[in-house]
Structure formats: C-alpha cells, structure tokens
Design a protein around this ligand. Structure first.
Ligand SMILES: Nc1ncnc2c1ncn2[C@@H]1O[C@H](COP(=O)(O)OP(=O)(O)O)[C@@H](O)[C@H]1O
Ligand SMILES: [Mg+2]
Length: 143
C-alpha cells in the first residue's frame, strides 16, 4: 500500500494586488516569512524576487485586480513556502510560449527556475493563477 503524505497548509498572509505598493508589500512579507522559516539569504532573495515578478505581472499586464496568498506548507519531512497569486484580468494568450521563454520577458520562466514547484493556469478574459512553492529541507538533528 502506498502511504499517503499528509500535508497541511497555514495561511500566513493574504493581500490584494492592485498597484505597485501591493507588489512591494507582498515582496516584504515573503522576505520576512521565508527568513523566519530558516531559508538561507540567497533563497530568501530568490523567493522574494519571484513573488514580486508574479505580482508585478498582475499590475502591469492583467488589466484586472489580483490577490496574493502566502502559505506555509508542512509535510512530515519538510516544510515549504507557497505563494499563490490569482487575478481576474485578461489572461495570457499563449502560456506555453511564455513558459518556453520565447516571449519578450524572462519573468515567468525565471520564477519557474528558482522555485521547486510552479504552476500556471490562464484563461482568456477570466484571468491567471500562478502557484509556486519552495521547499526547505529539514536538517537532521545533530547528535
Ligand atoms: N497576470 C497576467 N495577466 C495577463 N498577462 C500576463 C500576466 N502575466 C504575464 N502576462 C503576459 O505574459 C508575458 C510574459 O510575462 P513575463 O515572463 O513576466 O515577462 P514580462 O513581464 O517581462 O513581459 C507578459 O509580457 C504578458 O503579456
Ligand atoms: Mg513580468
């Protein structure tokens, strides 16, 4: 029998994404929370940058409004930080092309590269949802 992994999510923050100030706030919260969880500085910066890229996209490209949720994910052997950004804007016409990095910007492919899990769904005139996660491996206890 395959054992099912138990996973729990705790919402740390939820904020609207409507303007550049919201982008900066989301970045700051992710910085704080990832540092608190024990991510090393380099990863803190990467996760914060990915958060600001994705929330900035809502403001710059979607033409709509969005919401960012920041969650701590816990499994028996690891914890992670999850960022979910949803908007009710225009949607991305060709997500595959954007992910392939052949579109002008390198924002989304760059975020996918630095995160451990990255998902994007987009529907024309309905909006876009990006969910990304970075795992913090548990360090074995020193004896
Ligand atoms: N939330 C969004 N809503 C609508 N279109 C988006 C959204 N995010 C990204 N896009 C589209 O995908 C393209 C690629 O995004 P990205 O990789 O972040 O590069 P950049 O923002 O530098 O153009 C954008 O130029 C835009 O056309
Ligand atoms: Mg961008």
């Amino acid at each position: 029998m395959i054992e099912q992994t138990t996973q729990t999510e705790t919402e740390l923050a939820r904020l609207p994404v409507t303007c550049i100030q919201d982008v900066l706030l989301a970045r700051m919260i992710v910085r704080q929370e990832s540092a608190r969880m024990g991510f090393p500085p380099q990863l803190v910066t990467q996760i914060a940058t990915a958060t600001s890229e994705i929330t900035r996209n809502v403001v710059e490209h979607s033409g709509g409004v969005g919401q960012a949720r920041i969650l701590e994910v816990a499994e028996p052997l690891r914890r992670g930080l999850k960022i979910a950004v949803q908007d009710t804007g225009s949607g991305i016409p060709d997500v595959k092309r954007v992910l392939a990095g052949t579109s002008p910007g390198a924002g989304i492919p760059g975020c996918r590269r630095v995160m451990d899990e990255f998902g994007i769904t987009s529907e024309s005139r309905r909006g876009t949802t990006v969910t990304m996660l970075k795992w913090l491996p548990l360090v074995p206890r020193q004896t």
